[in-house]
Ligand binder design. Structure first.
Ligand code: NAD
Ligand SMILES: O=C(O)C(=O)C[C@@H](O)[C@H](O)[C@H](O)COP(=O)(O)O
Length: 542
């Protein structure tokens, strides 16, 4: 389907939900064309729908509807609204599933049933409501609502809202970017990126959990307040759990404190966890979710750039131990990730820049578009200011960067959830990076340590004849232009080497690294010569 024209969004919903009214409004706001499937069908058939129904019956109508909808899915690039019953036809459901798989957005417009029923009855002309219209509408709602929920990848509740307010909400949802994570051993889930996506928290959590533990740190209180309000409005019993900030929260003692609370408050297997904050908070929340009753549902709401592009996705959860970084944990997939870019408005500049370390890493190992964006916008990124970026051109640049970086993560995680080989490439720069973090008592930020670690890995690749000096220099100049460190000189080689032996890629007493064969092409390096490993270290000390 790629390369064809395709709708920016497809709207589905019950008769009377306002699909046409709201759809037209959104199209106007976004300067896009609008099409209504029923109008297209009438044009094709050369008659009104009630007439077509009367003449040929519902099965023939559904066939024609399916042909028209499937054509439009491949040849229309605006906002496309479907008739109420269209998603009940299997061929249309299939078409919508393919459209979603190709990055499309099927929006279920969820209006208040009472309002929608009244609107649907006004004016008549709806063959599906012949007879007792209210009873027919309710029966159809019962059949269709569960299907609509399943078919759509975006749910928008418009209860009591004017078409303009509903349209603005819908536009926000359409503007979001969605990266779909799937794989043979993964329950599929989406990473949603954009301003306001946190409002989909209840949709992603689903209706099974009744209790939700909202795990967060204090500096993101303003965002956890919003999450708590959203969760309470959706009817969950919310338990607020504040953990120590940053790496101090990633300990087994903190996890133990939460296990005790979950026990006291009666959390069962059908309840859930929301992890909200930087990567340390989402790593800890995921670990608690993975271990409580051997695994309960969890959703991540990352609020730092690093957590959005990396930590919140992929299911690596865990805690540090006195011996090193992330030494205890599990691979446990979240039910969804909501990367609400609105939360970045409170992110300090230095923590934003740190996140660029993991972004650049993803560029070095796989995606040249990431490197292009970083090079082009280095100055703006370096002077990131949370207070102003949402109203600046940087917002779209950043959305693009986050989507690409999550795409790199998704590619590796989908193929190799438990890190048997390919996923290790995401660890580029981490062998030394984790050692630096540990030796700096976690006062060095993770992304900064990874940036130095990437330069180290590049030096090692060069020393072993894989890459030329230019590519090593490129690492230094790109990372430096973003405000990231490229050298470290605060620890002994013996300490570094001992910590690198505890890295999870090591096997027995043999070190293993990820290095580059060329830009975008990482390889595994097994048991490299000791002198090269040490010489590369000497080179990052300068
Ligand atoms: N699981 C994974 O795959 C994975 C991947 C990469 C990194 N990580 C882990 O993630 C952690 C690093 O994540 P991080 O860089 O987000 O650090 P962090 O979690 O320590 O957060 C950094 C600081 O920023 C604050 N903060 C976060 N969002 C904020 C916001 N919107 N406004 C104001 N303050 C905010 C935090 O409270 C904290 O003080 C490390 O522990 C690292 O090991 C895990
Ligand atoms: O997702 C992965 O796999 C990664 O390696 C991503 C890394 O960026 C991340 O820092 C991760 O937490 C490192 O994991 P570890 O297994 O080396 O502790």
């Amino acid at each position: 389907m790629s390369g064809m024209r395709r709708p920016v969004a497809v709207i589905i919903g019950m008769m009377g939900a306002g699909k046409t009214r709201v759809g037209k409004e959104v199209a106007q706001m976004m300067h896009l064309p609008f099409a209504d499937a029923d109008n297209e069908i009438e044009r094709d058939a050369g008659m009104k729908i009630p007439e077509y129904f009367a003449k040929y019956g519902e099965p023939e109508f559904r066939k024609l509807e399916s042909d028209v909808v499937l054509d439009m899915l491949e040849d229309f690039d605006g906002i496309f609204s479907l008739g109420g019953g269209a998603p009940m036809t299997p061929s249309i459901r299939q078409g919508l599933a393919e459209y979603i798989a190709d990055g499309g957005k099927v929006v279920y417009l969820m209006a208040d049933p009472k309002e929608a029923m009244e609107r649907a009855n006004r004016g008549g002309g709806r063959p599906m409501l012949d007879g007792d219209a209210n009873e027919r509408w309710k029966k159809l709602y019962k059949e269709r609502d569960p299907v609509f929920r399943q078919v759509a990848n975006v749910h928008v509740r418009t209860y009591g809202q004017t078409p303009q307010v509903a349209a603005r909400k819908l536009m926000e949802m359409i503007d979001q970017r969605i990266v779909h994570i799937t794989g043979a051993t993964i329950e599929p889930y989406d990473v949603r990126i954009g301003e306001g996506v946190m409002s989909q928290l209840a949709q992603v959590l689903g209706d099974k959990p009744s209790k939700v533990a909202l795990i967060h740190t204090q500096p993101v209180q303003r965002h956890s307040d919003r999450a708590r309000t959203l969760l309470r409005q959706a009817g969950y019993d919310v338990h607020d759990i504040v953990i120590p900030d940053a790496e101090a929260g990633k300990t087994v003692e903190v996890a133990n404190g939460i296990w005790q609370r979950l026990g006291e408050e009666g959390f069962t297997r059908s309840d859930a966890i929301v992890g909200l904050g930087g990567g340390a908070a989402t790593d800890l929340a995921g670990f608690v979710a993975a271990t409580w009753m051997r695994g309960i549902r969890y959703v991540n709401c990352p609020t730092s750039l690093l957590a959005m592009v990396d930590a919140s996705t992929g299911g690596k959860t865990g805690v540090n131990t006195p011996q090193g970084k992330n030494l205890v944990g599990s691979f446990y997939t979240p039910a969804g990730v909501l990367a609400d870019m609105g939360t970045l408005a409170s992110l300090p500049n230095d923590i934003f820049i740190e996140g660029l370390g993991e972004v650049a890493k993803s560029g070095f190992i796989m995606d040249p578009e990431i490197l292009r964006i970083l090079e082009t916008h280095a100055g703006e990124l370096r002077s990131f200011d949370g207070a102003t970026f949402l109203d600046s051109g940087l917002k779209d640049v950043l959305a693009e960067l986050i989507e690409h970086t999550v795409g790199v993560k998704a590619y590796h995680v989908s193929a190799d959830l438990k890190e048997a080989g390919l996923r290790e490439f995401l660890n580029y720069g981490h062998t030394l990076g984790h050692a630096i973090e540990k030796l700096e008592h976690f006062r060095w930020r993770h992304g900064n340590a990874v940036a130095v670690g990437c330069v180290y890995a590049a030096e090692l690749s060069h020393l072993l004849g894989y890459i030329d000096q230019d590519l090593v220099d490129y690492h230094r100049s790109l990372l430096g232009s973003l405000g990231l460190p490229t050298s470290w000189n605060n620890g002994s080689w013996d300490d570094v080497l001992a910590l690198m032996h505890r890295d999870k890629k090591a096997r027995g007493n043999k070190l293993r690294f990820v290095i580059l064969e060329s830009l975008g092409h990482p390889i595994h390096l097994e048991n490299p010569p000791a002198d090269a490993v040490e010489e590369a270290f000497r080179r990052i000390q300068r």
